[in-house]
Design a protein around this ligand. Structure first.
Ligand code: ADP
Ligand code: MG
Ligand code: MG
Length: 923
């Protein structure tokens, strides 16, 4: 792949016949909107091109145009930067067809056609790539445009935008320089805050000349006046933007492959900047924040392109009901009622057609509505749930589809903590500093930083930061990712900050108009509510954001757990009906077990018993067990701990009555239990009735250089069989007690870190005989399973032999990843970020967060097959971190595990991901 936009890598259009000519002869790289490919439409045309083609087919007004396929982009990259030789001719031929329908010609000096050149990947990557509008303008065509439209001001407004965009995107000149020219001009006209539409025509003409001079100065060559040169330059820039830093960052974040490539749509321009019966805007067919069924969007009169999202002017609401009180007349509904009516009809049509919320971009030219884009709208978790349920009730989608509509990571937001409602805080005397738009829900507290790089640097050591900007741009992505929340002074609900934050599930308050951000001085100046008093905050000060209500608080405000979402239970009922995988939780305590059950866990997949040893009331007894000089001594101390453990198990079994509970016997390096303070050591020695020196020496002998690979798990169980025997007794006795209470108990005793079948055979003997002793003593039997955690590569390879004793396997994918990759979880931080990041990019996903399918996954699969071959009814599950990761869950569904187990609060996410994996598998 080519690296990020160095001028040296300009893509070239090959004129020579190339070795790929045979292939080119068959491959079509260009499609008119009106003539899309028969299959793989999104893959070839990108989401935007596919949407434009589909709207064209539906007869919705779309300015005509063509799309260059992603295949052309891929071919260009594959050949090191040379386009397919047929591309130019194909584009020109398609352009001819476009021109015929419009009675204007590209480059013509009397009837000039202007074009937009737009990027579009397979999935929408909002703001990630570059779009160039008004391509085709030069000193001659601008005159023709002025004459034809009888609006010279408009023509030059379009021209100055074009030079700015082209200079920035294609010629790589800092866009800021162009913008400074405009503000200097306004200042020279005596009004620094003059709205763009009021800049007079002669000033615009001077501005264009200035901007072109700027280009000459910085690019070392004149601004290209040949429309065709402009067009190909723009197409190349879009192709190149696929590998821009921000696009790459975005792909990393969402795990999109680098080799999809982008399509390029070349479209005839319509103009929203021709006067007050013109405008441009963006809208959602329903509210993307709360899901309300209400057309939701913003627009600007007399504006072009990205003015709405850029936050340069504050946009107005589309529907009157969504306008701030007293500003209804500014809504599109009131300002241009005819257009509004067209808009409502088109929006409804699109939503019914695509059967999902649409995110629409449009332009109004002289009272006529043109659609420029439609795609499925990104939404918050809360909105996703509501919309899915409403659409089922409206008969638009099935319950299975509803399940697929809620993105697990969006649903996770619902479980996010939040700042208490402003009214409730007010009662406690906590008043917001300022208000803005509730752009993305959630809560964030952190020190403020004004710069994305600073955010990344500061957050590195776990410091919580809030990124504060006037407005964000795609260059800020990495900082937004590192921050807890994002605060902007400008921009609306569809501003870059808002859209990206919602996508990331990150809290964002946008458009706080009482706030002024001076990035250079590193200051945030807030005009406190209602008053004239100003407060200044500098980098490092703490703020709390409430993205749900759009409030900003000084300092830290206590956050509370997520509130319930209406309808969530209904959705989860559909989820549970759709999934095959069971979902358990990892829980070590009775409270954890109760929480897990409340989140819908269907058992405990991993109950670690370490904490049962670490609890304050038993730690010294445990230390005596470890440091005892004789087996008799050890047994004496074990006997002290046993009843406490038994009681823990009793409560966990009660909490999980009727559901399986997998209990892992002790897996802890012994030295972790060692007393660190001399006083503690003296106390243990006294308890054991031995000298401090003797006991200390015993403790020293336990020291390990690499405890991860040391004396732990089954190894401990074999060398200290009394410990496992005592644990087994406690479990079985607890089970007998709870069964005697009339409850159903399904214990599963699990042995960790097994590498040899022989280890397990011997431990099985210990455990079973302990169980039999209990049964005999109580005259009562309970069913239980004996099995193992699979967490070493060797165990996967000899899984058939291990299955001779193991009635179940539970994949401990944390250790299995560690041992398969040979990467220590504790030390990965030294290099894994580089592996994942921009610099090296050798890994696309953190293997500890999302399962490494090719390596660890292959071992899991092998172990499943071998385990089943020896014991067809073997029970298979997973209890590593991966059990809560949606893409890993999809993998576990594929290999046919019986259950996944994850932390209690992730259980709903895992249930959802499991249902989606089932449904996708069926498709
Ligand atoms: P993005 O992917 O960043 O949304 P787009 O290609 O959609 O980029 O372009 C951004 C904006 O440019 C559009 O929302 C629209 O306002 C404007 N635009 C694009 N193409 C045209 C066109 N043919 N006519 C008028 N405006 C256009
Ligand atoms: Mg854009
Ligand atoms: Mg767009």
């Amino acid at each position: 792949m080519l690296s990020e936009g160095t001028p040296a890598m300009r893509l070239r259009c090959s004129r020579r016949a190339r070795s790929d000519s045979v292939r080119s002869a068959m491959t079509r790289y260009v499609h008119l909107f009106s003539d899309p490919p028969a299959t793989q439409v999104k893959e070839l045309l990108g989401g935007k091109g596919a949407g434009l083609a589909e709207m064209t087919r539906l007869g919705i007004p779309v300015p005509p145009g063509l799309t260059i396929t992603t295949e052309a982009c891929r071919a260009a990259y594959a050949s090191g930067g040379t386009w397919p030789s047929t591309l130019r001719a194909e584009v020109l031929a398609a352009l001819l067809v476009v021109e015929q329908g419009l009675d204007a010609r590209f480059g013509d000096t009397t009837q000039p056609l202007l074009l937009s050149v737009r990027s579009g990947a397979r999935v929408s990557m909002p703001g990630m790539m570059d779009t160039i509008l008004n391509v085709g303008l030069n000193d001659a065509t601008v005159e023709a445009l002025a004459a034809r439209t009888n609006d010279r001001r408009f023509a030059f407004d379009a021209y100055r935008r074009f030079v700015t965009m082209y200079g920035g995107v294609v010629l790589g000149i800092d866009r800021h320089l162009f913008e400074t020219e405009l503000s200097d001009l306004k200042r020279s006209l005596g009004n620094p805050s003059m709205p763009d539409p009021e800049v007079p025509v002669d000033a615009l003409e001077r501005l264009v000349a200035r901007l072109k001079a700027l280009v000459l100065e910085h690019a070392g060559k004149p601004f290209p006046s040949d429309p065709h040169e402009q067009l190909w330059g723009a197409v190349a820039a879009v192709f190149e933007s696929w590998n821009s830093k921000r696009a790459v960052t975005y792909r990393r974040m969402y795990n999109y492959p680098d080799d999809w490539g982008t399509a390029v749509s070349v479209q005839s321009m319509v103009f929203g900047n021709m006067g007050d019966d013109c405008g441009t805007g963006v809208a959602f067919t329903r509210n993307p924040s709360n899901g309300e069924r209400l057309l939701y969007g913003e627009y600007l009169l007399n504006a072009q392109g990205e003015d709405v999202v850029a936050g340069i002017r504050t946009p107005k609401a589309i529907a009157a009901v969504s306008s701030p009180r007293g500003r209804e007349s500014e809504s599109l509904e009131r300002a241009l009622p005819d257009v509004y009516a067209q808009f409502v009809a088109v929006a409804a049509r699109l939503e019914t057609h695509f059967r999902d919320v649409q995110d629409i971009e449009f332009t109004i030219q002289r009272g006529k509505l043109w659609l420029l884009q439609t795609r499925n709208g990104k939404r918050t978790g809360r909105a996703a749930v509501r919309i899915a349920i409403d659409m089922v009730d409206e008969g638009l989608i099935t319950t299975d589809e509803a399940v697929l509509r809620v993105d697990p990571s969006a649903a996770e937001q619902l479980l996010h903590p939040r700042v208490p409602e402003p009214e409730r805080l007010a009662k406690e005397g906590i008043v917001a500093l300022a208000s803005g738009l509730p752009a993305s829900p959630g809560a964030a507290t952190g020190i403020i930083v004004f710069d994305a790089d600073d955010a990344v640097r500061t957050a590195k050591d776990g410091t919580k930061v809030v990124l504060v900007r006037g407005e964000t741009s795609p260059e800020d992505i990495h900082g937004m990712k590192a921050a807890q929340g994002i605060l902007t002074a400008m921009g609306g609900m569809t501003s870059h900050a808002a859209v990206v934050a919602r996508g990331m599930g990150k809290c964002c308050v946008a458009g706080v108009s009482d706030m002024h951000v001076d990035v250079r001085a590193g200051k945030l100046i807030v005009r406190a509510h209602g008053g004239r008093a100003e407060r200044t905050f500098v980098r490092g000060d703490v703020l709390t954001l409430d993205g749900t209500f759009g409030k900003v608080y000084a300092g830290e405000v206590p956050v509370e757990p997520a509130a319930s979402v209406p309808g969530f239970d209904r959705l989860m009922a559909w989820v549970d009906a759709a999934r095959r995988l069971r979902v358990r939780a990892n829980a070590d305590t009775p409270k954890g077990a109760r929480d897990a059950r409340a989140f819908g866990a269907e058992g405990i997949g991993l109950c670690r018993t370490e904490h049962m040893f670490f609890a304050a009331d038993r730690l010294s007894a445990v230390r005596c067990v470890v440091l005892a000089g004789t087996p008799e001594d050890r047994n004496k101390w074990l006997a002290e701990i046993e009843p406490m453990q038994r009681q823990d198990f009793v409560e966990i079994f009660r909490a999980m009555a009727g559901l399986p509970v997998t209990i892992r016997l002790l897996d802890w390096p012994l030295h972790e239990f060692m007393p660190r303070e001399p006083a503690e050591m003296a106390q243990i020695a006294a308890a054991l009735g031995e000298s401090v020196e003797v006991v200390s020496r015993r403790a020293e002998l336990l020291h390990e250089l690499n405890p991860m690979l040391g004396h732990r798990g089954a190894r401990l169980g074999l060398t200290h069989p009394d410990i496992y025997a005592a644990q087994a007794r406690a479990i079985i006795e607890a089970a007998c007690i709870v069964v005697a209470e009339g409850l159903e108990v399904l214990p599963e005793i699990m042995i960790p870190v097994v590498m040899l079948a022989e280890e397990l055979t011997r431990i099985e003997a210990t455990v079973r005989s302990a169980a039999e002793t209990v049964f005999a003593a109580r005259g009562q039997r309970v069913p239980y399973l004996f099995g193992t955690m699979i967490e070493l590569p060797r165990a996967c390879i000899v899984a058939d032999k291990i299955a001779a004793s193991a009635e179940f396997f539970s994949f401990g994918t944390n250790d299995l990843t560690q041992t398969t990759l040979g990467v220590s979880r504790d030390d990965a931080g030294h290099f894994l970020p580089d592996y994942l990041g921009e610099g090296l990019r050798v890994l696309t996903r953190d293997p500890f967060a999302s399962i490494d399918r090719d390596g660890v996954g292959a071992l899991v699969q092998m172990a499943c097959e071998r385990g089943r071959s020896a014991r067809p009814d073997i029970k298979l599950g997973i209890c590593g971190e991966h059990g809560g990761d949606p893409s890993s869950i999809a993998f576990f569904e594929e290999v046919g595990l019986a259950y996944v187990s994850c932390s209690p609060f992730r259980v709903p996410i895992a249930r959802l991901a499991a249902a989606q994996a089932s449904l996708r598998g069926k498709k």
